[in-house]
Write a protein that binds this ligand. Structure first.
Ligand code: BG6
Length: 489
């Protein structure tokens, strides 16, 4: 996957003074420069509407960079080299004139990467502007999420982009695909025959995917309230994780082979109709509570909140995949804000041995689990059963981990941020880690039916105290099947 060379280019960041650019994109580009991965001619152009002197904006970008790059990773020579690559252009993305100025600035030869860190409603206008100046042929476009609000609006955005850019130059970001451990899922599954032979309904009883965040809404109330946790997290990150766990082995590592397999999973997701909704999906909203001993406000008491909002900040659901591999294996997904800790993990629960020979009271202990931790402390742990040590223990069993902690094993290697990997792959022209149009659309289609069901039922989110693992109903969702969420304290 890492073999193509990085081509020099101009990287134009639309929304170049926004939160994403300042917190993630500039620091990621700095790190690529520090790793020697940016060719000397690569330039970075921040584009935004603010029309103060460019030097003032460039100085502000520099300040943010120093704030967001860990001090031990700030190397003055690299910092200066990186800052010298930066430029700023003030433009209104909806006005045609600005694109001619942009084309002049880029020059006749440079390849362009146009990164859209703006609301999706302007993607079409930017694409049209780039096309009108003749830049489109040498441009790759990168689209940030959310792409639309539902299937219809995401199609409208994708069609507006596709009017000027073919799919093979369109890179849709899901930053989870750039996380080191997420990529490791592919290596784990397809480079180890040990797992692949067990990876089906004959051997796996159920799968859990948890993406818990400790933070709340962090000044994004206006945006978040229009979206909610289903659109913000399930439609993209959690369904992508589910696809990587559930997909069949691709025939090779090419972008389309992987994406074809992911699409098959999304198409096979069993619909959840209104009549099953209350049993299979739980939506929640946090109320005031405690995190790390500090009181925190509820969702409706956050800054700029509308106290009547019924937007969900938590979703747990039970999904099924209708195919031979996964028939009868539930996938329990849950994600929420203001949970006790930041934790993203996938737990694969294997079935019990077919014939049981140990003491009956130990039976509940027996099960192998593969735990894939995405964050924090990236690593993989396989829970296996062994005998307890000691003459007095008889055949007493205990469950213990065979563990691979990435930070311990690869001590010297820094784990790159997802955006570093993703920007690098765009520069290489490699689409493996980006989401194809049909993937987004199938994911929306599945989520739209849940939202329609909630609307039909007038379903209000269930309250949960900040600092807990979600509404009680989310525990009932899994205990009804005789199981529990792994590791909840
Ligand atoms: C973003 C969501 O896509 O992912 C945010 O819009 C969320 O609401 C974030 O906080 C979580 O990303 P990470 O990498 O911190 O798990």
């Amino acid at each position: 996957m890492a073999s193509q060379p990085v081509e020099s280019c101009t990287l134009a960041l639309f929304g170049g003074l926004g939160d994403l650019a300042l917190r993630k994109l500039f620091p990621a580009l700095y790190q690529l420069d520090r790793a020697g991965l940016l060719p000397a001619e690569t330039r970075v152009l921040a584009l935004a509407r603010e029309n103060d002197e460019p030097v003032a904006h460039l100085a502000a970008i520099g300040e943010h960079l120093r704030r967001h790059v860990p001090v031990r990773e700030q190397e003055e020579a690299v910092m200066q080299r990186f800052l010298a690559r930066l430029d700023y252009l003030s433009m209104d993305f909806l006005e045609a004139d600005g694109y001619a100025v942009l084309a002049d600035k880029i020059g006749p030869a440079s390849r362009l990467i146009a990164y859209f860190a703006t609301p999706a409603s302007v993607y079409g206008a930017i694409c049209a502007g780039l096309a009108a100046t003749g830049l489109a042929e040498r441009t790759r476009v990168v689209l940030e999420k959310p792409i639309g609000h539902d299937l219809a609006s995401s199609r409208a955005v994708n069609d507006a982009v596709a009017a000027h850019f073919p799919e093979n130059r369109t890179y849709r970001i899901d930053h989870y695909l750039g996380k080191e451990t997420v990529q490791n899922l592919i290596a784990l599954r397809f480079a180890n025959s040990l797992f692949e032979t067990q990876w089906n309904q004959n051997h796996i009883s159920h799968v859990e995917i948890t993406v818990a965040e400790q933070v709340g809404i962090e000044g994004r109330w206006g945006y978040f309230d229009q979206a909610g946790q289903l659109r913000d997290m399930i439609q993209n990150h959690l369904l992508q994780l589910l696809c990587l766990i559930a997909m069949d082995p691709p025939s090779d590592l090419s972008a389309d082979s992987i994406r074809d397999e992911k699409v098959k999973v999304l198409k096979a997701l069993a619909p959840i109709g209104v009549e099953q909704l209350s049993q299979q999906v739980v939506r929640g909203q946090y109320v005031a509570g405690n995190i790390l001993g500090k009181s925190v406000p509820g969702y409706l008491e956050e800054d700029n909140a509308n106290a009547q909002s019924d937007t969900e900040t938590f979703v747990a659901l039970r999904a099924e995949i209708r195919n031979w591999r996964w028939a009868g294996v539930p996938f329990y997904l849950r994600t929420g804000k203001r949970m006790p800790q930041k934790l993203s993990q996938i737990v694969i629960h294997f079935k019990e041995p077919p014939h049981y020979i140990f003491a009956p009271e130990q039976r509940p202990l027996i099960s192998n689990r593969l735990i894939i931790r995405l964050q924090p402390d990236e690593g993989i742990s396989l829970q296996v059963m062994t005998k307890d040590q000691g003459l007095d223990k008889g055949m007493q069993l205990r469950s213990g981990p065979l563990q691979l902690s990435f930070s311990d094993t690869y001590r010297s290697a820094r784990i790159p941020d997802a955006y570093e990997r993703l920007l690098l792959e765009v520069m290489k022209g490699n689409q493996n880690l980006f989401v194809r149009k049909d993937e987004i659309e199938y994911a929306w289609k599945w989520c739209d039916q849940l939202i329609a069901g909630w609307q039909q039922q007038g379903d209000a989110p269930k309250p949960y105290a900040a600092g807990t693992w979600g509404p009680v109903a989310s525990i009932a969702l899994i205990t009804r099947d005789g199981r529990s969420w792994y590791g909840d304290l």
